[in-house]
Design a protein around this ligand. Sequence first.
Ligand SMILES: C[S@@+](CC[C@H](N)C(=O)[O-])C[C@H]1O[C@@H](n2cnc3c(N)ncnc32)[C@H](O)[C@@H]1O
Length: 249
Amino acid sequence: MDAHAVNNYESYAEFYDSWQDSWPESVMTPCVNMLADIAAGRPALELAVGTGRIALPLSQRGIEVSGVDLSESMLARLRRKPGAEKLSITQGDMADVPFEGPFGLIYCVASFEYLLKQEDQLRFFVNVEKRLATGGSLIIQTIIPNDAIFSNDFRLNRMSDLPSGDFEMASVMLMGVKGDPVNQFLDQRIMVLGEKPKVFHHKIRFVWPNELDLLARCAGLALHARWGNWQRDTFVSTSRLVISEYRRA
Ligand SMILES: C[S@@+](CC[C@H](N)C(=O)[O-])C[C@H]1O[C@@H](n2cnc3c(N)ncnc32)[C@H](O)[C@@H]1O
């Protein structure tokens, strides 16, 4: 199954960029802080760099950042942003890790699950291991799916998750997710209701943390640390976010 054929990032780029503008500083700053700490002045590579949400602020911290992404539309938006000229960017498949390295930090945020086959996820780890500098780290942010997703219906937010009161908005985003627990797929429909309503369809292959560790181990990497958020809180069984750091075994 070709992820590019299933997931249309080309029309998604504009929406992603306007959506990411609404990401609070409180989410982005700890993420960039942690990555800058781990890079410790060494070159960094972002796998699935998107429109530069993380690569640009990381580069502003004085880190030499490279990035790869499958989508030319995402990269086109990134290239138009101030500071993009300092990045080394290429279009390609993150599983190929199309850079020589070595990198002190290789990271992948909110994207690893777009590799829809286990063999591509393994290839990702094998190629990352070859590009890591001695003592270098791989950081991956993945998700733990909510078990409600595996019921038979597409689910929208529970009413209790919606803001209360009357207010005006330029657009509304609704997300429905259907889970396939056997093949580990999540089928996501993102509906953006506004002046020009749009529906995006995304499919991902989620991984439990223990599968991630096994994939890493098959590539000669070992889990070094794991957190439940970018503030470095301990990962616990109720965490929804998984931030894993791997180093050479
Ligand atoms: C949700 S965005 C995240 C972008 C960025 N990491 C961030 O946190 O803002 C997912 C990105 O993964 C990219 N992508 C999906 N499959 C890919 C692949 N096989 N190789 C490289 N990029 C891929 C998409 O084009 C998209 O830019």
